[in-house]
Design a protein around this ligand. Sequence first.
Ligand code: PLP
Length: 396
Amino acid sequence: MSEYIDEPTGRCDTDAVHCGEQRWLGSLTTPIALTSTFVFKDMNEVQAFGQGQADHYEYGRYGNPTREAAERKLAVLENADRCILFDSGMSAVSATLMALCSQGQHLVITDDAYKQTLNIVTKILPRFGIEATVVPMGDYQAMAAAIRENTVMLFSESPTNPYLNIADVECFVGLARKYKVLSVIDSTFATPYNQRPLEQGVDIVIHSTTKYLGGHNDILGGAVFGKAGLLDPVYQWRRATGGVIDPMSCYLLIRGLKTFSLRVDRLNKTAMQVAEFLEKQPKVRKVYYPGLPSHRHHEIARRQMRGFGAVVTFEINGDLADTLNFINGLKLCLLAPSLGGPETLVTHPALMSYYRETREERYRLGIVDELVRLSVGLEDPEDILADLQRGLDRLA
Ligand code: PLP
């Protein structure tokens, strides 16, 4: 079995290139162990493995060297003791919830979490006797008031989707510690380049690696980070139930991570330019970007983030027809859900993520018809701005 060459330097660029790599047979890049199972030489080896006296991979659901290389690289980048990879962000979220909450227990979650996370928490977990209270994002009094005797977890995203609200991690951790419950942050929109919640005392961090960590819009994946002992039930959950990411996706993740800090640094800068451009446009009513002083959580973001990420949300100054007209006028920005890749993607949350809800329900959730979400990409910023201008020019 190969050795890791992965002494972390604490510097993101170097660690993203070198940490976790496995160099079997002199291979520079980590090979893809595309196998579902592993061969033992004989029963002596099987027995030595069973008794913990020999290192060996056994079966793909339990372990895979390419997966472990990706987990090691990610753990270093998030400054985590351990990383457990899943086949999607939602597998990572659901495994964390199911492995760490039991029947009769309760959790508190903020109201603008990702739609499917709220779906699991409010619709699926109650079927297993796990209750949740949903509190307004940013209201720490409401969060404290919601904590009960049987509460085991506080769950929040930061930044959130689509309004880019920022959790005040100090307050969040303070409450979790005071009431001796677990604190969990879905940090997907920030990436470990822009924030490392574990260093601020959060117990568990989750990422959809589908987004910035994979970074190329070509894989699905999810990761859970934290102390090894604390995450053991999450590992046991994956071992038993599956949800394992495949070795090919792990390879693409490792490959994508090598340019991680370059990409995110550039994305932060372009997104800021885009947000500032949009804020000056008369045909844009409001821009939501935590890097702008006008954002409700700008000061918190400045305090705890290195950069503000690459999602910019805004409202067209008009109605639904104007908003669709604007989107239809874009040529460079591609109309697709998701975020975090090289291509600038545009979504219309009301008719893309929330098309199953009635307009009344959407408005109750704050998803107005004029809302547009941009996942800023790696194109030349001038081309992105020109494309947005092209769309805006269509509006009377
Ligand atoms: N967490 C956040 C904040 C997300 O935005 C998403 C998806 O958009 C997920 C989790 C789910 O990730 P995946 O699509 O990889 O399952």
